[in-house]
Design a protein around this ligand. Sequence first.
Ligand code: SIN
Length: 324
Amino acid sequence: MPRQPVIALVATGGTIAGTADTPGAVTGYTAGVLGAEALLAAFPGLGEIAALRAETLFSLDSKDMAPAHWLALAQRVQALADDPAVDGVVITHGTDTLEESAFFVHLTVATAKPVVFTAAMRPATALSADGPMNLLAAVRVAAAPAFHGLGTLVAINDRVYAARDVQKQRTHGLDAFGAGEGAAVGRSDPARPGLLVNRDGGSCAAALASAALPAVEVLYVAAGASPALLDAVRGSGAAGAVLAFPGNGSVPEAWKPAIDAALHAGMVLVRASRVPAGPVGHDTRLPASLLSAGDLPPSKARVALMLALACDRPQRFCTLAAPH
Ligand code: SIN
């Protein structure tokens, strides 16, 4: 008889672990209440698919996740993936900042074993809660040989996404996740896996040795927004900033002196777009040292820039951001 796959489950909080006062409540609940064992108890049949080792790392609403949590999570996932007895790792997480944690883990954890995030839009106490089915999908993906060597994935709402591309695209509803211009990369039915584009997995593994990540802020540049925002970030001592400009990364004239001043002061700046999908345009009139986010959204460009700076190689960012 083939050996049953062993999957490590790491719970970090989120709505999937949330509870409400009434079964009809899908807002105004408390996220991150239940631990890993309680998530498993909701679906005893999971044990027929894999032997599960559950642990609760955090009990957080993911709006409160910070780079220090990303580091601790990635270090724990790397340790689990390095355990020869473990075949795959599933992480339960809040939906709000899942895309950043998943991209961080993707870039830093070096393993061919599947690392799969999942989440839920309805709390565990809701009628038709989506958490148990999403957890089942994540365990299936983590246990399936077809998903080996593909980097960090996100299994949610019957789809599997690459950590590099996935984004929360709707504030409500079970179909909250998408992949910008990319498509879902697979189905959670392991008999019909999809094609995955999820490059650079584990390429920033050296950053896991960091005690802390460099400070990088994201600035949303609205029409007429004051460049004093960038001056303030420069004054705060941040190592870098991602500037989410309108259109394909169009820099307002009023921002150019502040950008020059920040670059002159040694900050690393990335030009991104506040538009949900599509790459930043090439513009030779801008300073060559103003980096381009490619097709990374501002939140993920920040993750990549923090990792590039943590490894002391700001130019490494360009490789991570190049559109595929
Ligand atoms: C959270 O991100 O922790 C709360 C929202 C959610 O999981 O849907």
